[in-house]
Write a protein that binds this ligand. Structure first.
Ligand code: HMG
Length: 387
């Protein structure tokens, strides 16, 4: 069977964040509830002229610059926070990046999970057409109501992955374990910007979905627990990953080896929840924050999307993978960010919601190359500031 998987992986997150100690101070609660209790430090905050499209284009651009667009004939855009009920956000990105016109483009939805079926479908496709490449993009703005229990678990970010035959970074295994159940743990009706959720229940269903997906993975010829040097989890907040890893180790009657999951939490702790992008941010965090050469190592991944579907699958690190990472760029993106005050955070949170067909120019806030310049008669106008 032909090897398929990821040949490049890159992320982007906006240049502003609110520190969770600022949020704790505003609410008059112990900051350790956030730093230790939920294991988060910062919430990435997009400007009013940044959204899932601009973040996605920023994430994918370095891949196109380094590898070109030749052979890319499919864009799969995964998101929970779509900006249109009909048109795929990927079409705007396709235009911004100058991808070939002979390209298919589609958006996928299942809460935080949909980048994983996108990756699996992309692998199946390039196995059939090894001369083609697929751009898989996951991009989300995780926004909860102010003063709600989910407020500290907000965030924003995008991950772009180039999926090819004979991959140069990670070979995605053909075996996976899946689980679906119809539950109301987190959902967002069409007329709402923020989700409805049952927080504690959602954490319990997440853990159950992981256990069931792991069992299915084992039943389908998956690797044994001890095979894996690292594990990556969907991370709505990093303590969730710690709980998941503890549960998995226990299910396998193994002492809890948290080191196998910690390097995969470094980026997520300072970005916050990025929904569909979250598990792939964790994957990048593992590759870029683990000391030593990971060549040949096996990574186990658990992807979860409320509602709910979970999938456990595996990836093998390919020799020479480090040459295809964007580690320095990612470290710069994170280190060059600035913090905002509580009042600035509220102003950013209250993004204009133009639904009446009027024209709304948006203040120039984005530091990246791409921005949403205005919404004009219900049309979103994106610009490339370098064009
Ligand atoms: P909460 O009510 O804010 O917090 O809810 P809590 O009171 O349960 O405290 C959290 C932890 O902090 C507890 O530890 C406390 O003991 C500890 P635990 O019992 O969990 O071990 N704590 C402290 N620790 C140190 N010092 C202190 C202190 N005080 C308390 N002073 C909750 C937390 C996660 C429920 C909330 O943030 C929430 O509702 N978040 C949104 C929903 C969510 O993220 N669910 C996760 C699973 S579902 C999922 O992952 C899918 C999702 O990403 C969406 C999608 O699929 O699209 C959400």
């Amino acid at each position: 069977m032909i090897a398929t998987g990821i040949s490049a992986i890159s992320f982007y997150t906006p240049h502003r964040y609110i520190g969770l100690e600022t949020l704790a101070e505003h609410h008059g609660i112990d900051p350790e509830k956030f730093s230790k209790g939920i294991g988060q430090e910062k919430i990435a905050m997009p400007g009013h002229d940044e959204d899932i499209v601009t973040m996605a284009a920023e994430a994918a651009k370095p891949i196109i610059d380094r590898y070109g667009a030749d052979g890319i004939d499919t864009v799969l855009f995964a998101t929970e926070t779509g900006i249109d009920q009909s048109k795929s956000a990927g079409i705007y990105v396709h235009q911004l990046l100058g991808l070939p016109a002979n390209c298919r483009n589609v958006e996928l939805k299942q809460a935080c999970y949909s980048a994983t079926p996108a990756l699996q479908m992309a692998c199946s496709y390039v196995a059939r057409k090894p001369d083609r490449k697929v751009l898989v993009i996951a991009s989300d703005v995780a926004r909860y109501d102010l003063d709600s229990s989910g407020e500290a678990t907000q965030g924003a970010g995008a991950v772009a992955m180039l999926v090819t035959a004979n991959p140069t970074v990670l070979e995605i295994g053909a075996n996976s374990g899946v689980f679906t159940e119809d539950i109301m743990d987190f959902w967002r009706p069409n007329d709402r910007r923020t989700p409805l959720f049952d927080g504690k229940y959602s954490t319990l269903r997440y853990l159950n979905a992981m256990t069931e997906a792991w069992k299915d993975y084992q039943a389908n010829g998956g690797h044994a627990y001890d095979t894996f040097s690292h594990f990556c989890y969907h991370l709505p907040f990093s303590r969730m990953g710690e709980k998941a890893h503890g549960r998995l180790a226990k299910a396998n009657k193994t002492p809890i080896d948290m080191d196998k999951a910690l390097s995969g939490m470094a980026y997520n702790r300072v970005v916050g929840n990025s929904y569909t992008a979250s598990i792939y941010l964790s994957l990048m965090s593992t590759l870029e924050n683990t000391e030593g050469d990971l060549t040949g190592n096996m990574i186990g991944l658990f992807s979860y999307g409320s509602g709910a579907t979970g999938e456990f699958f595996d990836a093998k690190v390919v020799e020479g993978y480090a040459d295809h990472l964007f580690t320095k760029r990612h470290q710069d993106i994170l280190s060059e960010r600035v913090s905002v005050s509580y009042d600035e955070y509220v102003a950013l949170w209250n993004a204009p919601n133009v639904v009446d067909g009027t024209s709304e120019p948006l203040a120039e806030e984005a530091r990246g190359r791409y921005r949403l310049a205005r919404i004009d008669e219900n049309k979103r106008i994106y610009i490339d500031q370098h064009a």
